[in-house]
Design a protein around this ligand. Structure first.
Ligand code: NAP
Length: 235
């Protein structure tokens, strides 16, 4: 049976790598995106899937996406935004923006995806948190708090959905080479590498491989976990 997968934020970075990896594992993949239609279409073409625009923070847009795309068996909640600001400069609007994409976006997509998984007594939900959701990052309080919320969400939902044959897990990447980190200077990147036991920055494929495993039949007894893909950071 061909499993259907939806990757939120699949146009670039970690999400695009997940889309390619799940398609290579034989799944029928939908690539969600917010603005970069060209990039999403390119990924979709490459993997024989489809691209669909929906701002995950917009519940109505997410509902419409599920109506068009149909039911999915594997949901990867990857779409996210970062924000680097001193806490004292973080406005209520900044805070709401980060939470609306990073947390409400996960609620909106899971809410639409779960009923089919329950009916089918099978499902895989994989949520992309962050190492900063586990340890907190200075000047990223909103981002760290939003990513920590996803770990609690995962633990609670895994307990509720386990009896329905659905696993819910989190992946917490360390520093990964994507657009999100383009703003980091070479000096900062080198410092991060030196603080990483495996002495390198991660690749989107490092995360995608873990996501693909968690989506597989082989991971059927793993739920409620947060798996770090971080090279052992901090050393
Ligand atoms: P990225 O390169 O900035 O890509 C972000 C993706 O999310 C894009 O596909 C973007 O779509 C999509 N997106 C953003 N806002 C959206 C919205 N409102 N609705 C739908 N899609 C939206 O980011 P990345 O580094 O691959 O990060 C992916 C995930 O991993 C994020 O949740 C991030 O927090 C997490 N993470 C990243 C790192 C890292 O070091 N890179 C580390 C830990 C965790 P468009 O292309 O249309 O804008």
């Amino acid at each position: 049976m061909v499993r259907r997968a939806l990757i939120t934020g699949g146009s670039r970075g970690i999400g695009a790598a997940c889309a390619r990896a799940l398609a290579a594992a034989g799944m029928d993949v939908t690539v969600n995106y917010a603005v970069n239609g060209g990039k999403a279409a390119q990924v979709a073409r490459e993997i024989g899937g489809q691209a669909f625009m929906a701002d995950v923070s917009d519940q109505r847009a997410v509902n419409e996406m599920f109506q068009c795309v149909g039911d999915v068996d594997v949901l990867v909640c990857n779409a996210g935004i970062a924000m680097q600001k001193l806490f004292t400069d973080t406005t209520a609007e900044d805070w709401r923006k980060v939470f609306s994409v990073n947390v409400d976006g996960v609620y909106n997509t899971c809410y639409c995806a779960v009923p089919h998984m329950i009916r089918n007594h099978w499902g895989r939900i994989i949520i992309i948190s962050s190492i900063w959701g586990r340890m907190g990052a200075s000047c990223e309080v909103a981002y760290s708090a939003s990513k920590a919320a996803l770990i609690g969400f995962t633990q609670a939902l895994s307990r509720e959905l386990g009896p329905s044959g659905i696993t819910v897990n989190c992946v917490a990447p360390g520093v990964i080479d994507t657009d999100m980190n383009k703003r980091l200077s070479d000096d900062v990147l080198n410092e991060l590498k030196e603080s990483t036991p495996l002495m390198r920055i991660g690749t989107p494929e490092d995360v995608a491989n873990t996501v693909t495993f968690l989506a597989s039949e082989e991971a059927s007894f793993i739920t409620g976990q947060t798996l770090g893909v971080d090279g052992g950071f901090p050393g």
